[in-house]
Design a protein around this ligand. Structure first.
Ligand SMILES: [Zn+2]
Length: 277
C-alpha cells in the first residue's frame, strides 16, 4: 500500500517523467476488478482526458493527484502505478492505461482494492482526498509539536484511550500515515503499538513526534520503503526495520526478534525488547 513517503516519491517521478506529455488514448477497466473504483463510467474517461497535457502531480496523503487541463486523475493508495516507455511490454492485467503521444504509458493496477478516479476539477467528493489536500503534511515545517499535540487534545477525551496505532494511523488524523509506516515510527519511538495514548509520558510523546518527523522524512528521502515499488517498478531504498520483510529477524538495537501480531484489523510488527507494553 502506498503511504505518504511513496506518494511523495511517485508524484515527483510523475513530474519528472510525464510533465508536458499529451494524452492520446485512455483504456479504463480493461481487466475488471471487483474492488477497482472509478468516477462514473470508466468508458467516459477517454472523452474527459484525451488531448489533455499532463501538468503536475501532487501527493494527497497516500494518494497521488495528477492535473491535466481541467481534469484530475486521482490514484488511491491501493493502486500500483507504473510508467512504461514506448515499446515496453505492459502488464497483462490493469485497470487504467493512459497512453501519450510518444507511445509511452502510465498504467494503474489494483491489487486488493483501489480507486482510479478521473474527473473534472472540483467534482470529486471523497473524505480521504479532502483530508489529504487540506491537512498539514507531517513533512512540512508547520507540522510541529504544537500541531501534533492539538491532534491529541482536539476536545475529544476518548482520543487518549486509543492505542498508539489507532491514534496515529486511523481517522485520517495524519493523512498518508497508515499501518505500514506506522511500524517503524513506533519502533524508533520505542513505543508498543498497543500502548494507550493516556499512558504516554510527556517525554514519550516527544519521542513519538520526533520519530514521526524523522522516519517519514527518511523514508521519503530514500525513495520510499523497500516493501513498496516506485513509478519504474523499483523497490524503495528505505530499509524497513519492522515490516513483513523483517519478521523473526533481530532488532538492530537489541537483537530481540521482530514479532508480527494481529491487532485492530491489520498486522503490527514490533520489537518486544525495545517496545514494552
Ligand atoms: Zn529491540
Amino acid at each position: 500500500m502506498l503511504e505518504l513517503p511513496e506518494a511523495n516519491v511517485i508524484a515527483q517521478q510523475v513530474n519528472k517523467s510525464l510533465q508536458g506529455k499529451r494524452i492520446s488514448n485512455v483504456n479504463a477497466n480493461c481487466s475488471p476488478h471487483k474492488f477497482a473504483w472509478f468516477y462514473g463510467e470508466p468508458r467516459n474517461y477517454y472523452q474527459l482526458l484525451a488531448e489533455k497535457v499532463i501538468e503536475k502531480a501532487i501527493p494527497c496523503g497516500g494518494m497521488i493527484e495528477i492535473s491535466a487541463g481541467d481534469a484530475r486523475i486521482l490514484l488511491g493508495d491501493g493502486v500500483g502505478l507504473r510508467y512504461y516507455g514506448a515499446g515496453e511490454e505492459l502488464p497483462v492485467k490493469h485497470q487504467l492505461q493512459i497512453e501519450f503521444d510518444d507511445l509511452s504509458s502510465l498504467v494503474g493496477s489494483v491489487q486488493m482494492y483501489g480507486g482510479l478516479w478521473a474527473f473534472p476539477e472540483g467534482q470529486f467528493d471523497n473524505p480521504y482526498y479532502q483530508a489529504g489536500k487540506q491537512k498539514i503534511s507531517p513533512l512540512s515545517e508547520q507540522f510541529d509539536f504544537d500541531y501534533f499535540g492539538s491532534l491529541l487534545e482536539d476536545g475529544k477525551p476518548k482520543l487518549k484511550s486509543l492505542s498508539a496505532k489507532a491514534f496515529l494511523a486511523t481517522e485520517q488524523r495524519i493523512p498518508g500515515l497508515g499501518n505500514g509506516v506506522l511500524q517503524d515510527i513506533l519502533w524508533a519511538a520505542r513505543i508498543h503499538p498497543k500502548r494507550k495514548m493516556a499512558t504516554l509520558s510527556e517525554e514519550e510523546l516527544h519521542h513519538m513526534f520526533k520519530a514521526l518527523k524523522t522516519v517519514l522524512a527518511e523514508m521519503t528521502a530514500n525513495g520510499g520503503r523497500d516493501t513498496e515499488r516506485d513509478l519504474y517498478g523499483c523497490p524503495g531504498g528505505y530499509k524497513t526495520i519492522a515490516s513483513k520483510n523483517t519478521v523473526d529477524k533481530p532488532c538492530p538495537t537489541c537483537g530481540t526478534l521482530i514479532k508480527k501480531e494481529a491487532f485492530l484489523g491489520g498486522s503490527i510488527y514490533y520489537c518486544g525488547g525495545c517496545q514494552r507494553l
